[in-house]
Design a protein around this ligand. Structure first.
Ligand code: GYE
Length: 315
């Protein structure tokens, strides 16, 4: 009798373990797209951090389109994931879907880019200080020109219209330039944060006959790299005829600095995965997270040290 009961318990236990439901936290993540090297490093970081944290990741790529992101978030709500995280392609237009997530009792964590919605609609926002990055770029640029130059002409290549980094990087940059009246942004075009976009924008600026161009400020490295190709095709020497600074500090930017074509880059850390998984775990455990977590250690790298530093670049 006792043996039969034991057998029964055993069978139940093996049965249980064979069909044991997946106990992992389920995280639905909606990514902006794959527009830049920064973004690819960010995606990699999120995927590998989810795997090492034993979090089940449902990953969706919005291809730079807000409607795709809203659809992905609604789908995560339908699937009743434990947490939703997303990097909003633009800053506005999220109230409705965030309210839907709240009504479903699913916490939302913003990563990388901010929204204009009421912070009560999300648990927290993890990302860099883009205004400060813009300031850093301008602080570097104003040191690059001889005092004898009466006017310095700058071309600006902006990121995706309406995105937090494009708005903030412009704002921070202009804030510093306001203290240096001989510096002028003579043209400002969007290159959508991509290499092709940067190249096309620079092509059209050059074709329109805009001269002289003393400096280029690109909101990310990829656009600067595209613009470098365009400048070279027009017979100009990037890095020499035109001083160039961009943001992100990806490996390709270090290569361009070593080649003397890019002069400086402001670091923006894309490796947000581990911090995001910590926040996800906290939120699921019912513990509050900080409304704003700022990613730190963001340096300005220049060509002088690029050769040594490239060895240590992780992305
Ligand atoms: O700088 C750019 C990417 O949102 C900080 O988006 C991010 C920006 C990054 O496409 O390369």
């Amino acid at each position: 009798m006792r043996f039969t009961i034991l057998l029964l318990i055993c069978a139940l236990m093996t049965g249980c373990s064979r069909h044991e439901p997946d106990q992992r936290i389920v995280l639905g993540f909606s990514q902006v797209g794959a527009e830049s090297a920064w973004r690819q490093a960010n995606t990699e970081s999120i995927k590998s951090a989810a795997a090492t944290s034993n979090i089940k990741l449902l990953f969706s790529d919005a291809e730079q389109n807000q409607e795709n992101q809203i659809a992905a978030i609604r789908d995560f709500i339908r699937q009743r994931v434990d947490v939703i995280a997303f990097s909003p392609v633009v800053a506005t237009g999220w109230d409705e879907v965030l309210t839907e997530a709240r009504a479903a009792g699913i916490p939302v964590i913003l990563t990388d880019r901010a929204v204009t919605s009421d912070p009560a609609l999300y648990a927290g926002f993890l990302g860099s200080d883009f205004v400060e990055e813009g300031r850093k770029a301008a602080r570097w640029l104003v040191t690059q020109f001889d005092d004898s130059m009466a006017a310095v002409h700058i071309v600006e290549l902006r990121g995706t219209p309406g995105s937090a980094p494009a708005t903030d990087r412009k704002r921070g940059f202009e804030e510093i330039l306001a203290q240096h009246p001989r510096f002028h942004i003579v043209r400002s075009e969007s290159g959508d944060f991509s290499r092709e976009g940067g190249k096309a924008a620079m092509d059209s600026i050059l074709k329109s006959g805009e001269r002289p161009i003393h400096a280029l400020y690109a909101h990310n490295d990829d656009m600067a790299l595209g613009a470098i190709e365009s400048l070279e095709r027009a017979g100009l020497k990037p890095g020499v005829d035109v001083r160039i600074i961009s943001i992100d500090a990806v490996r390709a930017a270090f290569e361009a600095m070593i080649a003397g074509k890019l002069n400086a880059t402001v670091e923006c850390n894309p490796l947000l995965g581990p911090q995001l998984m910590t926040s996800v775990t906290e939120v699921v455990a019912g513990r509050p997270i900080a409304k704003r977590i700022v990613v730190d250690e963001e340096a300005v790298f220049t060509a002088d040290t690029a050769r040594q530093l490239i060895q240590t670049r992780k992305y």
